[in-house]
Design a protein around this ligand. Sequence first.
Ligand code: GLU
Length: 487
Amino acid sequence: MSEVRVRIAPSPSGNLHVGTARTALFNYLFAKKNNGKFVLRIEDTDAERTSQAYIDNIFDSLKALGLNWDEGPDVGGEYGPYTQSERFDIYPKYAQMLLDNGFAYECFCTPEELEHEKEVATANKQAYVYSKKCEHLTPEEKAKLIAEGRKPAIRFNISKAQKAFHPTSELSFNDLVKGELKQNTDLFGDFVIMKSNGTPTYNFAVVVDDMLMKISHIIRGEDHISNTFKQILIYEALGAEVPKFGHLGMILAPDRSKLSKRHGATAVSEFVEKGYLTEALINFVALLGWSPSDGEEIKTVDEIAKDFRIGDVSSSNSIFEYDKLNWMNSHYIKMLDIETLKEKLKPFLTKYDLSELTDAQYTRMVEVTREPLVILSDITDAVPYFFGETVEIEPEVQRDVLDTEVSQEVLKEFAKQAKDWEFEEENLHEKLEVFRGEFKEKGIKPKQTMWAIRAAVTGRTRGADMTATLAILGKDKVLKRVEKAIK
Ligand code: GLU
């Protein structure tokens, strides 16, 4: 196989998980690095767990992350269709090939019979493997069972394949990430490759598809290692070339358990809805198991692609540090140009009437509130005082700031003077300086003076630059709010 061809093959039984995004990224990087092709295949053989909404989510999330595929369900390609449910007519031919060459056989066992075998194994404290009861059924016996209305499943004769291609019971392969991996395949038992209803099982469909799609390297999670041993033997039984495999360590939560909803977001779209930037997310995900040669962690996908080598990927598990993602996201927010940031913040400002602000005012509001943003949705609670005529005063602010004699004095004086000011930032800056100076002479600290004004105008003791805030709000709103705060 000369051309490098890799794939991501998600099952649409949920929204695109960050773990799948990482697998997709590593495949994408491997393809880029080797001038290869990156294929998307949708593995929707389990109709009950599949939904169109999940398929759309997978497409949208991969696109949002910039992981564009060269071949796939929507863009097509030489080896389509790229959706397994559209390939159901392909699999029986290859199952028949295995029946013909003796590496598969029909199995007529009922679910009850199989359940019984399992119970016996459990009672004897043995690991269950199928008994091979149907391996040598004669044509007459089969005809009888069919006449009874039974439909056969097809099982792969794994022990036969093992003996034919690797004369011991041990199978080993050289993993691109983990080095040599070995397994005694006797432990698997003859597994079903085609169900009695005619649909292929995962291990079979994946081999047929990867073979026909000429996939050269299979990079996926280490939870598939035991499948890989089964799949290698199926390739060999089909007389096909076995691709190279690389298995990535798992992604664990900070408490070292499996990353799940209780730890926080897990789907790419959930992160996006919370206000993570896809640039930050993809950069962060790249560092789960890979590190840049120059130690500089902030990198674009193109930069990572130049530096990426599959052999450098760590074989151990990675911890999904939400704190680190947050740090990275805040960094990426800081790097956004103002116009882009203004657009990206809009979905998080829908509870406010943005038409209250001119474009210039909105720009200034974003400029003075962007600094502490960790995720875009932080903007929602950072800006309520820029909207509406009045403002909600936090109870402690009322008690500790506005109700004091000093504040009342400051506000009365402010109302008197500010009605003659021009509410333009530079001018306000000068006026406020003089204003603070006057109170300082009366023994009131500049900080206290400003606190009183901030509390009356924003209802808070902390927030955006005060001069800018006053200028954005304008004289009318500011004076209304100050009058309201005066007793
Ligand atoms: N559909 C499988 C999954 O989502 C693909 C595994 C593979 O890469 O072979 O886990």
